[in-house]
Design a protein around this ligand. Sequence first.
Ligand SMILES: Cc1cc2nc3c(=O)[nH]c(=O)nc-3n(C[C@H](O)[C@H](O)[C@H](O)COP(=O)(O)OP(=O)(O)OC[C@H]3O[C@@H](n4cnc5c(N)ncnc54)[C@H](O)[C@@H]3O)c2cc1C
Length: 420
Amino acid sequence: MTDVIVAGAGLAGLVAARHLAADGVRVRVLEATADVGGRVRSEQVDGFTLDRGFQVLFTAYPAAQAELDLDSLDLRSFRPGAILARPGERTTLADPLRDPSALVPSLLNRNVTVADKLRILALRRTLARKPLAEIMAADDCSIDEYLRRKGFSGKFRRRFAAPFYGGITLDRSLSSSRLVFEYTFKMLSEGEIVVPAEGMGAIPRQLAKTAREAGARIDTGRTVDVVSPDGDGVTVETDGETITADAAVVATDPKTAAGLTGCAGIPTEGDGCVTQHFSLPASERLDTDRRLLLNTVDARPNTVAPISEVAPECAPHDSELLSATFLGTPEETDDELAAEVRETLDSWYPEHDFSELELLETHRIPFAQFAQPPGFRKRLPDVDDPDGAVYLAGEYTEWSAIQGAMESGRRAAQAARRDL
Ligand SMILES: Cc1cc2nc3c(=O)[nH]c(=O)nc-3n(C[C@H](O)[C@H](O)[C@H](O)COP(=O)(O)OP(=O)(O)OC[C@H]3O[C@@H](n4cnc5c(N)ncnc54)[C@H](O)[C@@H]3O)c2cc1C
């Protein structure tokens, strides 16, 4: 039997471990923290289930369909489209093909032009025909440039694209690669935006369970300090233990992976965000019809997500759970940010009373995604770039998303199996 060490139990490491174990390889996963999941985690606070940052799964991701048992995740879906909010005004913008009941409010929405609405439908048709491989390989430019070239108005770019795609890329200036726009736009047209009833942490828990069932051993609280290629195999040092193995898959965050492997191509610059979770009495429910609220004016906060309207299991029955996300790494205290959220909600919903809006938790995530400027894909490392029997698994070998992480894990396992 062959031994492979996997360093890191985020989505990429768990998928790699499962594939290797299913192929009969003896796998041991070493995870530095107390739990699996990496950047995808949930925690329980006073009867609420809080994800670490606002995160969603797109069911159309090929890796979600290949790697996850979506039925057992008990998924709860956001309604397609969004509510565009500014002081004193809330309007609905939906995809009438996916949500015919939203046709009238969407057509009446004056935040984007009629020509923009027709362009959305045309883009939907174009991208439906464009294979994902072509989207990944096409010539690159920024999202903003892409939308300009397609003729979208400044209103559309500022009021919808900036908060919506700025929320996905954590960059409201839309300077990220158009690849992320095209890929996610296609996924949104072809599937649903969901969260598991038990929070996003249910995704890595399911992956860990299936990896264990395939035979992988997962040790948490074990930090890998050194990975060195050694003759035909590798030596891995962790918390005083030295382990020799036939191969190692480094599935840590990119900065740690760069340190462990010395691989120069690993991107280490990234973008962050701050997500605050709030409880609100059920009587003050926002009635978003399960749609995301986008701030059309500024990023303070950029988005508000009606979590318990989408997944009622995430809050006690007499309370609502909302999350509000700020982009970047704001320096204000938790209470100062919470005061801004209250002020913004007051201005969006003057008919509501937010005096009982209570801050439950603030998650400050300085490195949520690696930076994805135009052309970034050409500079990414491949899973087998490190010397010797060392492989990389991490979203940074593909693109920054759950899809990228799981696809990378599968490819790393494949490369390790090929060479062993
Ligand atoms: C706030 C936020 C929102 C997001 N929203 C979305 C979204 O809506 N949709 C989407 O598709 N993607 C989203 N993403 C991106 C997605 O979550 C990530 O791309 C993906 O989870 C990365 O997985 P990974 O396995 O590559 O890395 P990680 O999740 O970083 O996993 C690395 C693991 O390695 C462990 N580790 C680190 N160092 C060591 C060491 N020395 N020894 C052992 N273990 C170590 C870490 O503890 C961690 O468990 C979001 C990310 C964040 C943070």
